[in-house]
Design a protein around this ligand. Structure first.
Ligand SMILES: C[S@@+](CC[C@H](N)C(=O)[O-])C[C@H]1O[C@@H](n2cnc3c(N)ncnc32)[C@H](O)[C@@H]1O
Length: 271
């Protein structure tokens, strides 16, 4: 691990896990997406060996889960960019996401929002431009909303919360969604949510100071917050062809049980 990541502790440190997953996907024979930057950034930063037990606990499942979730958010983003005239993308809790470089060329504006320690790290690796801006803020400090382009209609904005909301307290998630709904009505919010099945696996994250705090029963919990659910997919049913053939049938069968299916959902909603 390099000096660059020495300040990453608690939840910000978890950004290394999806970075590693995206980099690992590049050594698969038919990767779901091309991501040379993830490989480069991981090389520069070095791997955090203390995260190894957490990352490799489920064998290949961690890296395949990162790959399928990344690809799914990429697909949602590409559709949004293709169907809006001045599309804006805001990654909330962006970590070292390289999505802009994979699919963001046609965005009018693209914002990477994360805590200052993470944005500082990004600045060492990536260069902001007028099109691609970095916001140093907690998502709970709602003044970040002022930095989002105010010359676009909310319908043109896609917010992506990939691996973020589970680290917030339930009342914080509600406050955030309420604030976003009143500020950006009609915008799209693409969220990842965890179900109660993940409480036990979440204990490994508590050990590194990044406990999961918010869980849902199903998509109904999002509707109850005033979000309109447009599409929803469980990680257990997305891109099954990417999983080793021995896993596909058990994965598909387990996915029939709501408790398992709802353990990890990617839900496209309207604010
Ligand atoms: C698991 S990482 C996910 C990073 C990125 N979305 C990805 O998938 O690669 C969680 C990220 O959420 C960020 N985060 C946690 N709490 C936050 C907050 N209150 N405001 C902004 N970012 C936050 C962390 O700093 C970290 O970068």
């Amino acid at each position: 691990m390099s000096q660059l990541t020495a300040n990453l502790t608690g939840v910000p440190r978890t950004l290394m896990l999806p970075l590693r997953g995206r980099a690992d996907e590049q050594s698969y024979s038919r990767p779901l997406f091309q991501d040379p930057l993830a490989v480069e950034w991981l090389k520069v930063l070095g791997w955090d060996e203390e995260l190894e037990a957490l990352y490799s606990k489920l064998g290949k499942a961690a890296s395949i889960t990162v790959a399928t979730r990344t690809y799914h958010h990429d697909q949602i983003t590409s559709r949004h960019l293709a169907s809006h005239s001045r599309p804006v993308v805001v990654e909330l809790g962006a970590g070292l996401s390289s999505r802009f470089h994979r699919v963001g060329q046609n965005a009018y504006r693209w914002f990477e929002l994360d805590l200052p320690v993470v944005t500082e790290l990004r600045r060492q690796l990536d260069t902001p431009t007028e099109q691609h801006q970095f916001i140093s803020a907690s998502v709970m400090d709602f003044s970040w909303m002022d930095a989002i382009a105010n010359d676009v209609e909310p319908e043109n904005i896609l917010f992506i919360a990939e691996g973020l909301l589970m680290y917030l307290e339930p009342n914080e998630v509600k406050q955030l969604i309420n604030a976003m709904r009143s500020r950006f009505p009609g915008a799209t919010l693409d969220v990842e949510v965890l179900g109660n099945y993940m409480r036990k696996p979440g204990k490994g994250f508590s050990k590194i100071g990044a406990p999961f705090k918010w869980f849902v029963n199903n998509e109904g919990d999002l509707t109850a917050m005033g979000l309109k659910v447009i599409n929803s997919g469980s990680i257990s049913e997305l891109y099954l062809e990417r999983w080793p053939w021995q896993w596909r049938l058990p994965w598909a069968l387990l996915g029939q049980f709501p408790y398992f299916r709802n353990s990890y959902l990617i839900v496209e909603t309207k604010l």
